[in-house]
Structure formats: C-alpha cells, structure tokens
Design a protein around this ligand. Sequence first.
Ligand code: SAM
Length: 388
Amino acid sequence: MIKNLSHDLAATPHRDERTRQEFVASLRHHVLDGMAGSMRARYENVIKPGFEQSNGRPPADGEEVHDAMLSDPYFCFYSAVRYNAQQMVHRSVIPLVDRNMEELNERARKLREDNTMTGGSLKLNSAVEVPRSVSSIDVHLVPGSYHSEYADNDTSAGAIYDNSINVFAFNQMGKNTDDIGHTFANFVRIAHPDFKPEVILDVGCTIGHNTVPWAQTFPDAQVTGADIAPALLRYGSARAKSLGVAVDFRQMNCTALDCPDASVDVVFSSMFLHELPLKDIRAYIKEAYRVLKPGGTLWILEAHVPPRGIGHEFTKLMWAKVIPGMTYLFTRNSDAKLLMDYYWDTIDQAASPETLMATMQRVGFEKPRYRMAHPVCEYVAKKPLSAS
Ligand SMILES: C[S@@+](CC[C@H](N)C(=O)[O-])C[C@H]1O[C@@H](n2cnc3c(N)ncnc32)[C@H](O)[C@@H]1O
C-alpha cells in the first residue's frame, strides 16, 4: 500500500489517484519480477541456442548476451512495458502535484519563513547554470528533469520526487524515504565514536531526505544540502522545517562548490555520481578536496560493478540473485525483493572504483579506499592532516 507522506507538505490524493499509484506500483512489480524472471527462461530456451547455432559457441560475456537479446520480441515487449511503467510512476503523481501546486508552493513558502525554529535556511543562486547532464534529458524519465519550474517559488519538482519515490520504491525506503541517510549517519556515529564533525555537506541532496538524518544524528553540526535544482531545494528546505530539523540548503554545482577552502569536515553524497559525466565526477572530487579541512573525510555511497571477470560475475550474482533472495527470505515481502532486483539494473553502468580511486589519489586524498557494503559501495578518502 502506498502511504501518505508524513510531513506538512503531504497532499492527499483522490481515491482514483491513489488507485492509479497502486496500479503502477503493481505493474512495476510485474515487469521487474514476473517478466524479468521469465526472461531467463527465454534466454536459456530460445536466445542462447540461437546464438550457439549461428556462432558455434555460447555468448562470451554480458555484452554479447545483451546484443543477442535486443532483437527478441519478448525482450522488446518487456523493455517497452518497463519503460512505460517508469514513465507512469511520475504520471501517477503529477496530477496530484498539479492540482495542489499553488497551495503547496504557498505552504512551503510559509514553512521556509517560519522563524519560530532556529537554524535552517535556503540560499539560491541564479548565477548557477544547470548543466546539460540535467537539462538535456528527462533524468530517470521525470518530465522536466530535476530543474524545471512552473511558477514563482515553485516546489513541484520536489513534490513530484517525494511522492513518486513512494510509488517507485513501494514504501521500502523508510517512513520519510530516509533509510539510507539514517543508516549511514548512524554507521559513522557508531563506527567512529571520536569523530565529531562540525560542518557536513551533502552534495546532490535532492529534497534533503538523506541530509535531514545527518542533522538528526549530529545535532551539533552545521549541515548543508547542496543541489543544482532550485525547486528541489525550496521543497527540501520547507520539508526539513516541517520535520523540525535545521538544515541549510544551497544551490550549487558540485563542480564549483560554494564553500571556502578547508571549511568542511564531511563531504557526503549518495547515489549521485552515476548521474554525472566523468569530467564532472573528477571536478567534484577535486572540489571536495579543496573544501575539506585537513583531516576531513569524503564519503561517497554509490553502486558499482567490477567491469569484467570473476568480480563482475560475483557482484552480479550477489546483486541480482543473493540479495533479492535473502531480502525475500527475511521479509517475506515480494515488494522488498523487487526493490533489490531493481538495483542491479541501475548500477551496471556506474563509473568503476578504479577510476574513482585514481581520481581521489591524483587530487591529493590520502589512502582512498572502497569496500562493498551490499547493496552499495562505500568510498572513504581523507584529506591529509598536513594539507593546507
Ligand atoms: C539521484 S539524485 C540523488 C539522490 C539522493 N542523494 C539520495 O541519496 O537519494 C541526483 C541529484 O543530483 C542533483 N545534481 C545533478 N547534477 C548536479 C550537479 N552538477 N551539481 C549538483 N547537483 C546535481 C540532481 O538535481 C538530483 O537532485
């Protein structure tokens, strides 16, 4: 069941809107579980024998499997349904956001201007240009991508994001879609009990759903969420106020962070790098180094797959089979399993750890390292204490 958001920017869907959202969630379930499941049989029974007959050998790697499947009618049908289901996620929430847009924008404005709570602010910067990696495509098929605005003080991109994550992820990401943030911030707190960060920066924060948990976990720190898209930041700032948590939201490009040199203890980003061109990833890592204090830490959560060989096969096995299976075993919830199934598809093309490690080393980070902490990869890099 899709649940209502539990903060002051919640808009109540009509019954038919909620029914549609439920349908779309079920359709995605069918596509990613049922149809994707039958793809294996299709491959084993039809595509692989056909490939072997034409080539005298089985496909050598994933690329060849993919190429062989591209012309298969069942695969084409699956891809078309899947693509449409992704579009339908957003279409199932856009009428709700549209209908409530004026009132939501006003509610968000009032929350942002509420001075009864100390701390928390919003600073937009009209000089920041939205990069083509965001503006030239509808990222994740969201109409208008992250950056489009439809009114003064618009928050609709934020409202669409917040409401659609619930449909997309079947309420499996925590009460306020903040499980990643809570899990990671608490991991840092428990694993590094002597670490007392004073300034934390979450880059690519979207609506701050993982930034707010940093502020809740480290209440003495000054926590900033940075993103390129004003409508997301307006929404995020109002959302944080409504949750009673002080977070500063700033519009900036990760390639030119608007922070003084050596001023930040933690630069964090989660599920962000996969949306950047490689040149921007490199620029971001260089900027992270610049703004970190000596001894400060860059923490990145991202998904990755070793490009080939046994590592690739093992990771694929873990992501595509073991984790979804274990998830189902422990939760008995097929929606939770489905969410894990989906991760595999999205991580396959991410920048390799070797590339990220080499970049971190090049800009001066000390002993960068990464480790697979399924279902994500954790990168940690420290700016040397001796750095200026
Ligand atoms: C997938 S979302 C990040 C999700 C979020 N961090 C999480 O953990 O769920 C990517 C975000 O990065 C932002 N973004 C994309 N390119 C950017 C850039 N060059 N600088 C800053 N933010 C950017 C987008 O506006 C979007 O909000």
